[in-house]
Design a protein around this ligand. Structure first.
Ligand code: UTP
Length: 291
């Protein structure tokens, strides 16, 4: 069983980032020098994924256009002999095979993933959220695929969060799995638990490898927290049917759909940028001394 396909849901409304996201998809907001979504697609490519499936909605066509071939622009850059820029654009449009599926109503992440059922078919697949960035040496998706090749079951990426913040996340409970480092066997999952409902600090982030059985569970899922079809609720059903693992990935995660998370991501990715990292570090030092 190989993980060949990645579903990237980008159909959300992005209300936390209004007014910036009134006319621009949050996934197209720039982190240093390219849109958030490009980092995510590049992570999928670097992890060996062969096909990306975007779950889109009205107003998100800029995302598809970004990865498309732009004949006029290509022609113009050739005419002006701007070869390096031209090559960069052709790199983006040749990154990977991309398919788009529409989610007609924003009924939640679980519903968004379910719309990919026919394109994914009967095989395990990766999910990368369109606004979740991971800064790491080895791509987070690759770390998870390596573990999948050992365990052959669903995996959710997790990070430890302060207990006072667990109500903002899907939370995983389970025992650590001695055979595999950083890995826990999942026993229960709860979406945004109220204080005291769980003493686990393992929070789900936007990377999953799922067995195709999840589709049938999602199709029959009732609305959960916030009236949306929550992926976590269906994962809870799946983890009762067959083994599921939580993996504490190596890296730093940023919620780029949140204003503060977005600013932090720009700083972290900026500091590790080959040309901009040095000058940015100097600027931050200078700023810090005046605070
Ligand atoms: P978010 O929780 O960030 O949803 O979803 P959102 O609605 O875009 O953001 P806010 O809370 O209003 O600011 C996580 C991911 O799931 C996608 C989003 O596009 C994002 O990548 N999503 C969410 C969908 O594709 N469809 C949905 O119905 C909900």
């Amino acid at each position: 069983m190989q993980v060949r396909k990645a579903v990237i849901p980008v159909a959300g409304l992005g209300t936390r980032f209004l007014p910036a996201t009134k006319a621009i998809p949050k996934e197209m907001l720039t982190i240093v020098d390219r849109p958030t979504i490009q980092y995510i697609v590049e992570e999928a490519v670097a992890s060996g994924i062969e096909q990306v499936i975007f779950i889109t909605s009205e107003g998100k066509s800029a995302i598809e256009n970004h990865f498309d071939y732009n004949f006029q622009l290509d022609h113009l850059l050739k005419e002006k002999r701007k070869t390096v820029l031209g090559e960069e654009l052709s790199h983006i449009s040749n990154l990977i095979d991309i398919i788009s599926v529409r989610q007609k109503k924003p009924l939640g992440l679980g519903h968004a993933i379910c719309t990919a059922k026919n394109v994914v078919g009967d095989e395990p697949f990766m999910v990368l959220l369109g606004d979740d960035l991971v800064h790491s040496h080895k791509p987070c998706a690759r770390q998870m695929i390596d573990l999948f090749e050992e365990v052959g079951e669903s995996i959710v990426a997790v990070q430890r969060v302060p207990l006072k913040d667990t109500h903002q996340y899907g939370i995983v409970e389970g025992d650590s799995e001695a055979a595999y480092p950083r890995t826990h066997k999942v026993s229960r999952m709860i979406e945004k638990p109220i204080p005291g409902a769980s003493d686990s600090d393992l929070a789900i982030i936007g990377r999953y490898i799922l067995m195709p059985e999840i589709f049938e569970i999602l199709e029959n899922a009732p609305p959960g927290h916030g009236g949306e079809i929550q992926l976590t609720d269906s994962l809870q059903v799946l983890c009762k049917r067959r083994a599921m693992y939580a993996y504490e990935f190596d890296g730093q995660r940023f919620d780029a759909g949140d204003k503060l998370g977005y600013l932090k991501a720009n700083i972290a990715f900026g500091l590790s940028h080959s040309a901009l990292g040095g000058p940015l570090r100097e600027y931050i030092k200078q700023m810090a001394s005046t605070l």
